[in-house]
Ligand binder design. Structure first.
Ligand code: CA
Ligand code: CA
Length: 205
């Protein structure tokens, strides 16, 4: 059998690892600001798509209050990433805080209610929550009291429909979607593979 040389294997291993790493994290974190990118969708069946990248993804917007403005997004989490936090960076205005709801899927069929399709949960955004991560404290609609909380640890790869709404006074908000890799560090992969190659090489001598 014609066994490839060690150098050949090492070179191709490094090339494969680099290609693997660059494809997994090709997406850069988004920084979407309604003041420059336009109002987020008001259509339940066509939320504004935003794909998270590795790191901190920022969403800054405004809700006009009343029934004039919904901000609906489809949050896309690529394979190899997970959302580990939804942190409220800033909030102003609103009546008693503005509403944020997360549910699986790329669209919303209707306004949230107790019978909403598979909601992950909702949170009320308010000035008192600035700096906190709402992901672990999302509350399921229909739960009679605010406790126990039904937060989730992470949003795994897939699409999530997010509903932001304010029926009282106008408000502004800034959210940070924090992500982490679910793929082992490429450097670790390379080290393990090179160690295996080294063992293979010694046994052949
Ligand atoms: Ca808006
Ligand atoms: Ca809108």
């Amino acid at each position: 059998m014609n066994i490839p040389s060690n150098n050949f294997l090492k070179r191709n291993l490094v090339i494969c690892s680099l290609a693997f790493a660059s494809s997994a994290f090709a997406q850069t974190p988004f920084n979407f600001d309604e003041s420059t990118s336009g109002d987020l969708s008001d259509a339940y069946l066509a939320p504004t798509p935003l794909t998270v990248g590795l790191g901190n993804n920022i969403l800054t917007g405004a809700l006009s209050g009343g029934t004039n403005d919904l901000d609906l997004i489809e949050l896309i989490v690529p394979e190899g990433l997970e959302v580990t936090g939804i942190r409220l960076l800033d909030f102003e205005g609103g009546l008693n805080g503005s509403f944020l709801l997360v549910q699986p899927g790329s669209t919303l069929s209707a306004a949230p209610s107790n019978s909403f399709r598979d909601p992950i949960g909702f949170s009320i955004l308010s000035p008192g929550g600035i700096g906190t991560d709402v992901l672990p404290t999302l509350i399921l609609p229909g739960v009679p009291t605010l406790a126990p909380f039904f937060g989730v640890d992470t949003l795994t790869a897939g699409s999530y429909a997010i509903w932001l709404n304010e029926t009282g006074a106008a408000s502004t908000y800034s959210l940070q979607f924090e992500t982490a890799s679910t793929i082992p560090e490429p450097s670790t992969t390379v080290l393990v593979a090179l160690a295996t190659l080294s063992l293979f090489s010694r046994r052949r001598r």
